[in-house]
Design a binder for this molecule. Structure first.
Ligand code: PLP
Length: 378
């Protein structure tokens, strides 16, 4: 098998699975229980929170575990709208956000908000100036992702934060850092956002766990779930201890020799650009200057879903855009304004620490064969 879809999800290392197994079978106490194994687990959850918070460079008491990145995005946006409900009903976001952000904004739109979707150029670039120009006195929230999941483009969050502080200090800033956490510099302090979403399964953790950083400018944040008062009373529900344990373990493992891992991914990406550029009709969409693990290319004229299906039959797994958009044209690719034949052929290759040059070679050979043996249809 050749797996080149690490932006969709990642394999869980054995140590992570073992840690989770132990929590599920032996250390299964409920952190809210008042006897020893409950109290021990409560302490342990705080330790795991500390591990994840340190990696995000934020105080642990400002980090809340969630069920996934999607939940973090939904919570951040609705909490920001709630806090600034008297400031105004305008939101600035981008046309290339993950659907967890776009759909929450659309929902608010239906509740009477006005949403501005800032468009990228044809390579996916969006500048801080573009975002700041869209901001108005009644802008309650700006939500811009740190790394685009389909293009790998990195957006200038700290510059946006500084611009907002100077012009509209009450406007809150959210960044979806699901693809940026432990891939590009991602310090809560340096980013300066009020909300930061991260997710476990993009960094070797299990699916079904994430976290949301909520900064000090968010006064009395709107609880996501009311109930037993877990997560500082903001997200009730018995803690998913095994998932949280796995998340923290994955963070620990990923941080070991992190610069080497990132260098490895960046080198693979350069190698992939070199190999794939040799295929006729292949166009690099975005890659340069972006996150080390995501490369977007187009086999101009060949429909991306056919490519994905063909490679899948050979046990090679790549994506035709965001996994969350399967079967539907991606709004991210649409926003680039590319000619139809280019847009229709966009595929994403994404890498992890385990990816090898042989994986790239195998994928490049399969793409070359697809090009040589299938008729272009676009
Ligand atoms: N945001 C981005 C940028 C993502 O890539 C993803 C996952 O694909 C999400 C949010 C959603 O995260 P989760 O799968 O944990 O809900």
């Amino acid at each position: 098998m050749i797996y080149l879809d690490y932006a969709a999800t990642t394999p869980v290392p054995r140590e992570v699975a073992d840690t989770m197994y132990q929590v599920l079978t032996e250390r299964f106490g409920n952190p809210s229980s008042q006897y020893r194994i409950g109290l021990e687990m409560k302490k342990q959850v705080e330790q795991w929170r500390k591990t994840v918070a340190e990696a995000l460079d934020c105080p642990p008491e400002r980090l809340y575990f969630t069920a996934c990145g999607t939940e973090g995005d939904n919570w951040a946006i609705t909490a920001a709208a709630w806090q600034n409900r008297r400031l105004g009903r305008h939101i600035v976001t981008t046309a290339v956000e993950h659907s967890a952000v776009i759909e929450t904004c659309r929902w608010l739109d239906r509740q009477g908000y006005e949403v501005t979707y800032v468009k990228p150029d044809s390579r996916g670039t969006i500048t801080a100036q573009q975002i700041l120009e869209a901001v108005r006195p009644d802008t309650a929230l700006v939500s811009v992702m740190l790394v685009n999941n389909e293009l790998g483009a990195i957006y200038p969050i700290s510059e946006i934060a500084r611009g907002l502080a100077a012009r509209n200090p009450q406007t809150l800033l959210h960044t979806d850092a699901v693809q940026g956490f432990l891939k590009v510099p991602c310090s809560a302090k340096a980013l300066g956002a009020d909300f930061i979403t991260i997710s476990g399964h993009k960094i070797g953790g299990p699916k079904g766990v994430g976290a949301l950083y909520i900064g000090p400018r968010v006064k009395n944040p709107k609880p996501l779930l009311a109930g037993g008062g877990q997560e500082g009373g903001l997200r009730s529900g018995t803690e998913a201890t095994a998932q949280i344990a796995g998340f923290a373990k994955a963070v620990e493992l990923r941080q070991e020799n992190l610069p080497d891992k990132l260098r490895h991914m960046a080198e693979l990406k350069d190698y992939a650009v070199e190999r794939l550029s040799a295929i006729p009709d292949l166009q690099i969409i975005s890659g340069e200057g972006g996150a080390p693990h995501i490369l977007s290319v187009s086999l101009v004229g060949w429909p991306s879903q056919n490519i994905v299906n063909d490679l899948s039959q050979q046990d090679i797994f790549i994506s035709a855009g965001s996994a969350c958009h399967q079967g539907r044209p991606s709004h991210v690719v649409a926003a680039l304004g590319l000619p139809k034949r280019v847009a229709g052929g966009v595929i994403r290759l994404s890498f992890g620490p385990e990816t090898t040059k042989d994986d790239i070679d195998g994928c490049a050979a399969a793409l070359q064969t697809h090009h040589d043996t299938r008729m272009p249809m676009l």
